[in-house]
Design a protein around this ligand. Structure first.
Ligand code: C2E
Ligand code: MG
Ligand code: MG
Ligand code: MG
Length: 276
């Protein structure tokens, strides 16, 4: 309508911008207080070895229990947080909560994977923050995996150095969503990557076996393992395992759940139907 034309926005765009602004104000309030005071929470999704389908660890995935909007997914609010400068504070809370939680899990060998957003990756205090968190929670460094994603811009040397220091401590490093972004050899060589996580757009039913074999070969050459994201069906799982994929994550093995449901995780025999 006339109003939309006056601002240069369609009513839908206007709604979206106003929604983000409101979310931004709520995020500032959240981060200024104690995020643990209730609204942020973590769900954990199992990571399994293939072909055995044995659980080896879990990825921590943040959610926001918004008082009016209900449970918000990270894709709704993390881009807003990244733009306003509150994302690193959220990641730091996630790191501490995930490490603390992992010390109480049913299997004391499971690893915990924590995502780092762009601002966490360039944070000069990254190594110090992670080391302090491990010391405080008592989680062994080898049980922590950090997940980074590719960005159009390589981060400052400080971030790269921090990740090398943490790798020397035994912390694992996964390259997340591989196959979607600005995939470059520079990334693969600059970081001490231990796991390549293939994005679900690369591991779907229509994925080319030749391409997947190539990615498995690339991982071999780099000395990393390969994990396939988005495994939803038994057939897909079998095919990926045959192509040499070492590990998997997806609804077939379990959806992200609160920590108190991790006790339900059991290895899923091949051919069994996924739950719910
Ligand atoms: P991601 O790290 O690639 O995490 C996997 C996403 O795929 C999760 O979405 C998960 O719920 C979803 N997923 C897992 N298995 C399947 C499947 O079989 N099928 C389908 N269709 N989806 C599946 P979620 O939880 O919405 O998280 C979205 C993204 O938000 C994550 O992608 C990650 O990049 C980011 N994220 C989540 N938590 C954090 C955090 O604490 N810090 C930062 N910086 N980023 C986070
Ligand atoms: Mg991830
Ligand atoms: Mg991922
Ligand atoms: Mg992904």
């Amino acid at each position: 309508g006339a109003r939309g034309r006056a601002t240069g926005f369609s009513p839908e765009q206007r709604e979206q911008v106003l929604g983000s602004l409101a979310l931004g104000a709520d995020l500032r309030r959240l981060v200024a207080g104690d995020p643990a005071a209730g609204e942020l929470m973590l769900h954990y999704q199992p990571l399994v070895a293939l072909p055995s389908r044995t659980v080896r660890g879990c990825e921590a995935l943040v959610r926001w229990r918004h008082p009016e909007r209900g449970l918000l997914s990270p894709d709704t609010f993390l881009p807003v947080a990244e733009a306003q400068g509150t994302a690193a504070a959220i990641d730091t809370w996630v790191l501490r909560e995930a490490c603390r939680s992992a010390t109480t899990w049913p299997d004391p060998d499971w690893t915990v994977s924590v995502n780092l957003g762009r601002s966490s990756m360039v944070c000069p205090d990254l190594a110090a923050t992670v080391r302090a968190t491990l010391a405080e929670t008592g989680l062994p460094a080898a049980r922590l995996h950090l997940e980074i994603t590719e960005h159009d811009q390589l981060p400052a040397d400080a971030g790269v150095l921090a990740l090398h220091e943490l790798a020397a401590d035994g912390v694992g490093l996964a390259l997340d969503d591989f196959g979607t972004g600005y995939t470059s050899v520079a990334y693969l060589q600059r970081y001490p990557i231990t796991v390549l996580k293939l994005d679900r757009s690369v591991t779907g039913c229509d994925a080319s076996p030749a391409l997947l074999s190539g990615l498995v070969g690339l991982a071999d050459a780099l000395g990393t393992t390969v994990l396939a994201e988005g495994i939803e069906t038994d057939e897909q799982c079998t095919r990926l395992a045959r192509l040499g994929v070492d590990a998997g994550q997806g609804w077939l093995f379990g959806r992200p759940v609160p920590a108190d449901r991790l006790g339900d995780l059991r290895p899923l025999p091949a051919g069994a139907a996924p739950e719910g």
